[in-house]
Ligand binder design. Structure first.
Ligand code: DAT
Ligand code: MG
Length: 149
């Protein structure tokens, strides 16, 4: 089972799309093992986006992610990383496939609604940046045998 960190970003929360976005991951079969609403502080934002530190868009990206509350989820499932990123769609919403979250709700790269981890290793690291082990719920879901073979 892989783990991925999903962030419903400030624009999505402000636009009232939180439920719509969570619903898509949930309906896909990914299991929610952690979820909370919080306003990210600068230190956590800079840590989360550390890989982009030297990029020209870094300052704006940090300002955006700390500008209003977000909802973070830890999701678990088979191929959770690839499945979640496909559900999210391409980084540039204008290029994201219709049916993906960004393709259905976004226009600009700086307002692209949702984050998903990009590798198994980063999924583990990013979940740990936002959740303690005690925050996470390793539950057995009754429908798991109908989702996982
Ligand atoms: P993703 O969020 O699809 O994993 P990423 O990790 O490459 O994309 O970049 C993180 C975020 O940074 C992305 O969601 C939006 C922003 N970003 C990336 N490239 C950008 C660019 N060229 N101009 C402005 N913002 C950018
Ligand atoms: Mg990324």
């Amino acid at each position: 089972m892989e783990r991925t960190l999903i962030i419903v970003k400030p624009d999505a929360v402000q636009r009232g799309l939180t439920g719509e976005i969570i619903k898509r991951f949930e309906a896909r079969g990914l299991k929610i093992i952690g979820m909370k609403l919080l306003q990210v502080n600068r230190e956590l934002a800079e840590k989360h986006y550390a890989v982009h530190r030297e990029r020209p868009f870094f300052a704006g990206l940090v300002e955006y992610i700390i500008s209003a509350p977000v909802v973070v989820l830890a999701l678990e499932g088979t191929d959770a990383i690839a499945a979640a990123r496909a559900t999210i769609g391409a980084t540039k919403p204008a290029e994201a496939a219709p049916g993906s979250i960004r393709g259905d709700y976004g226009l600009e790269i700086g307002r692209n609604l949702v984050h998903g981890s990009d590798s198994v290793e980063n999924g583990v690291i990013e979940v740990a940046n936002f959740f303690t082990e005690a925050d996470l719920c390793g539950w057995s879901r009754d429908v798991d045998r109908w989702v996982f073979e």
